[in-house]
Design a binder for this molecule. Structure first.
Ligand code: FEO
Length: 167
């Protein structure tokens, strides 16, 4: 069972995950348009991951007898600058999501909702990985700098990323 407050906060998180998916889809579109198909693939995999995050919360709310309420999804920006700027924006966004997850955990404690605390642990761990991936990409892109060859090689590398369904 979910309290009304917890239910509302989980619905808001569904919206944030859907926005994340939309944001990464927009980044994927820019990369593909700019001829960086590997980067485009990386962000499209990220889109699928975010949709899976949204669905994981959606299923949990239903499982707990709560009510899923869907809101508008905000329009993402149209331009993101260089690949480095794109990953810096991605890291910033993921840090925002991490704080949002932390707030949910804090609320679950407040509400004495032990089931939701356990459920959210998966997201706490996931956020560590999400931020680490972005930091890794930022470090690589800083090393590459203005070297077109380096960017070409990294783009080739990112083309092999695949989406693995989460449980
Ligand atoms: Fe669903 Fe990237 O956090």
């Amino acid at each position: 069972m979910l309290t009304e407050k917890m239910n509302k906060a989980l619905n808001e998180q569904i919206n944030k995950e859907m926005y994340s998916a939309y944001l990464y889809m927009a980044m994927s579109a820019q990369c593909t348009h700019d001829g960086l198909n590997g980067f485009g693939n990386w962000f499209m995999v990220q889109y699928h991951e975010e949709m899976a995050h949204a669905m994981k919360i959606y299923d949990y709310v239903n499982e707990q007898g709560g009510k899923v309420t869907l809101e508008n999804i905000e329009k993402p920006p149209e331009q993101f600058g260089t690949p480095l700027e794109m990953f810096q924006a991605t890291l910033k966004h993921e840090q925002f999501v991490t704080s949002s997850i932390n707030n949910l955990v804090a609320l679950a404690y407040e509400e004495k909702d032990y089931a939701t605390q356990i459920f959210l642990q998966w997201f706490v761990t996931e956020q560590i990985e999400e931020e680490a991936n972005d930091n890794d990409m930022i470090a690589k892109l800083k090393l590459i700098g203005n070297d077109g060859n380096g960017l070409f090689m990294l783009d080739k590398d990112l083309a092999s990323r695949t989406f693995t369904q989460i449980n």
